[in-house]
Design a protein. Structure first.
Length: 91
């Protein structure tokens, strides 16, 4: 009965693939929990603080209000990144 001499290597490669996949998904889970203030979001998008504030108040960027402060989720900010950059030049 012959066994495949490469079977152990294939098994180990499968384990490595699973580890790489879990490592790749890990940052996404952390970023779902990340929230930014207006100031932090304006630094990330390289726009003025008031620009972020006005887009949140208009509803272009989703944000949660906690008391009198707004917090913007990382994923919502990245989703709005393209829109904010294009809205920046519209008047």
């Amino acid at each position: 009965m012959q066994t495949n001499p490469f079977q152990t290597i294939l098994d180990e490669l499968g384990e490595v693939k699973q580890l790489l996949h879990s490592i790749q998904k890990e940052p996404e889970l952390e970023l779902k929990k990340k929230f930014y203030s207006f100031k932090e979001a304006s630094e990330i998008l390289k726009v003025d603080y008031q620009t972020i504030r006005s887009h949140v108040l208009k509803g272009n960027i989703k944000a949660e209000q906690l008391g009198r402060f707004y917090r913007i989720n990382h994923l919502d900010l990245m989703a709005a990144l393209k829109d904010v950059k294009s809205l920046k030049y519209k008047r």
